[in-house]
Design a protein around this ligand. Sequence first.
Ligand code: GLC
Length: 416
Amino acid sequence: MIAEARVRELRARARHTLETNWRAGRLRDGTPYAFTCPSPPRYRHQWYWDSCFHAIAWSHFDPPRARDELRTLLRAGRLDGFIPHTAFWDWPAGWRRAPLYATRSIRGDRAAESIQTPLIALAWEIVADASSDDPGFRLESLDALRAHYDWLDRERDPDRDGLITIIHPDESGLDDSPKYDGVYRWMRHYLPGYFWLVERHRRLAYDSSAIIERYEEHVEDVLVNVLYALSLRSLSRLLGLQDGGREYAARAARTEQALLDRCWDEDSGLFFDLAGRRERPVDVSTWSSLSPLALPALPEDVARRLVEEHLLEPRRYGAPVGIPSVSLEEPSFRPGFHLYRCWRGPAWINTAWLLVPAMRRLGYVEEADRIVGSLLGAVERHGFREYYNPLTGEGLAARRFGWSTLLIDLLPDPNG
Ligand code: GLC
């Protein structure tokens, strides 16, 4: 049992971090915005998946801000349903950022033209459940949410197998994960060739279908599709059984089945991304390989193999602190800090946020508590850092990192 006083203290620190990173204002044309930046000064814009995580954390203290964060994210999108990876709002990404951010023009834009792991409907449902002060929130943007998931289905699933495709490694949010090394090779996220990848797609005006058809460097990514399926389930519940709800539930089931049929590898007991036009399985063990655990419909024998053979196995993911982003057994595993490489071993809090509830559901309660307790200790010692060394618990990289406050979502609420 974790003492209530520790949880209260953690919640106070989380709230302070989110408040410090909060940005609100109006553009010159009057458009309002309000969001949490991940960690100034390094990350001062609005990122898609960070914002969803921030909104979930905000929903514990201040549901109005949680709602504004998600409304702002929707407003960053286009009428056709596209929602960007990054929205720059009050800090336009000028030409210096063009090599790194997928903007349409190199002179700078209001938002990127790439996507990020699309979990807005999942976050929307969680925030709506916490919005007794504004019950209308649940239904207010259903058309826009539908348009977003329709866009992903139309533009990012050209082979119609139910799995959506990413065309840049950072579209999953796992920028430099070693699972992309063999796919993007000299165009990996942290190599100069990445600038060419961005520029090459800019020249095709970020037309996803054209890019997927013309080039080999794209991935049906397991983590992206897990959060896509969970979000389709959320959208179907938001819509209710009438009014299209059934259609999105059917789409979710199709994606879940495709993950099982096409990405599950019986021999290793892991899920692998499918790369390129030939859909080659990428057999590198990263936390993405474990992420289907979060799907409630996953067959129990598959889920138990993920937990027992991998997540709790000390030679693989059973590290002293948190859940490593890459299996300790992989030759690419690096637990420490690097300025440009962050998903090659360190433990992140969103990883635990996704996997720990599934462990609890399956009855691994003590093990789940141990993981949460280890992260709590790390945050108490080092603050909300971007990530932690899974072998020592040392806090690394950005400070006051917004989504690390998600840890409160894994702890009992002392007020309720
Ligand atoms: C890093 C992370 C990415 C995150 C962004 C903003 O690029 O890899 O997942 O969205 O920072 O925090």
